[in-house]
Design a protein around this ligand. Sequence first.
Ligand code: SF4
Length: 164
Amino acid sequence: MIQKFKISSEKVRVMIVFLDRVENWECLYEECSAKCCSEGIELTLEDVERISKRHSDFFRIEDTRILLKGKDGRCIFLRDDLKCGIEDIKPVACRLLPFVIHEVRYGDEPFIKLRLVVDCPGVGYGNNVDLGEIERNATVFLHEKQELLMKLREDRNFLKNLFP
Ligand code: SF4
């Protein structure tokens, strides 16, 4: 049973760096067997709270990180038809596609570097990529993760106590 939690801290400015450029993109998951949906996608506490309203036993704790569980190396929510089984409530990190997180630094002005998925077959197809939406999701990820790290600085056992 997941406890209800709320962490609050003042939101800090963040820097988002796109290491690659892309104009059009469509997720052609059938062509690449949904290779982005691998085990170990990093979750925020808010991701856990949202998903745990419908599912249980879907994450593991690794040091300061909360990671999606998997099966045979694939995300536990990836369906047999290669679609996401939790599309409407999926983790914020999954909302960054066609970008993935290359590097994250936390601090007074945290930053995140995003790179294009390697050999993504959907680049150049579909609609214009909404970089504003990706920036919003990257900002959410950074804020939520920074707040978790602040909590862990106050209490090293915060995650262990939250998810005994
Ligand atoms: S939650 Fe959905 S989009 Fe994210 S890795 Fe799993 S199947 Fe893919």
